[in-house]
Design a binder for this molecule. Structure first.
Ligand SMILES: [Zn+2]
Length: 278
């Protein structure tokens, strides 16, 4: 044991004794001549021993989150949620990243506004941008699986399995995250992907409200209007941070957040939303 760690333990022991005495309400007026009762002595002696054990334990390893879904949503398709008390909660979901520049700009906006969202990652994009992915997790956002190639076409089971499992493996290897949230590219539910995800007890997460931010001709204000006019308690909102130039979505995001806040909405991740269901 080094001198430093020995000193640290002594300090910890001293603090434990001092706090025990305070907790026992032994007032300073208690004269030195007056002996401590047996129960007080017992407590004073017990705490330093416990602290010494704690001081020798290795630091607690923080595990990255596992995004589970309640049993009733496992293997099911979800479009929105009905919060139990009709509370004004809403979940933003952001697809097709992680993506250079736009994801980082969105993360900055989300952080400034203390908003947590759910990102659905494409395996190929994750492979190209692992550090952006790590930041998303570190900043408390939820993560879902959005396949490896973002294919829309019909797939046999082996291909569907590969699209989803390969992405899940990379999500875990990159960030330590496991997720039971799956979103099929393009929202296609009949090309084999959703069937495989359901067989694995994932929840297939669709959306009830789209910003329509993939419209190449619309202005950012249109995305803002789409969301603010359509918002309802329990809505799942679709937006994109990758898969193309999403600068207009970045421009729309601050107004989407402030407008929803003005309407009285609180932002939750999709796992949080599912846990609030009736
Ligand atoms: Zn997508």
């Amino acid at each position: 044991m080094t001198n430093n760690s020995l000193k640290r333990q002594q300090i910890i022991s001293f603090v434990a004794i001092a706090s025990t005495i305070t907790a026992c309400s032994i007032s300073p007026q208690l004269g030195l001549n007056k002996p401590l009762s047996k129960s007080h002595i017992g407590q004073v002696q017990a705490h330093p021993a416990k602290s010494q054990i704690n001081a020798q334990l290795p630091p607690v390893k923080v595990e990255n989150p596992t995004f589970t879904v309640p049993a009733k949503f496992q293997g099911k398709t979800v479009y929105k949620m009905q919060p139990s008390n009709n509370e004004k909660v809403i979940a933003l979901s952001i697809d097709d990243g992680p993506w250079p520049k736009t994801t980082l700009e969105m993360l900055d906006i989300l952080k400034q506004n203390d908003v947590k969202v759910t990102f659905f990652w494409v395996g190929q994009a994750l492979q190209a941008n692992p550090d952006i992915a790590k930041r998303e997790v570190a900043e408390g956002h939820a993560i879902g699986n959005h396949t490896w190639h973002h294919w829309y076409r019909q797939m046999d089971e082996a291909t569907a399995k590969s699209e989803i499992d390969r992405t899940a493996d990379l999500i875990y290897k990159t960030t330590g995250v496991k997720t039971a949230l799956f979103r099929p590219p393009g929202g296609f539910l009949n090309n084999g992907l959703a069937a495989y995800a359901k067989s694995q007890k994932d929840a297939v997460i669709m959306w009830s409200l789209t910003s329509a931010d993939t419209d190449p001709h619309a202005k950012p204000q249109a995305f803002v209007n789409n969301v603010l006019k359509g918002a309802k308690p329990g809505s799942i909102v679709l937006m994109h941070d990758g898969g193309g130039d999403r600068q207009r979505t970045v421009q729309a995001l601050p107004q989407i957040i402030s407008g929803l806040k003005q309407q009285g909405y609180r932002f939750v991740t999709i796992p949080e939303l599912l846990k609030m269901a009736q």
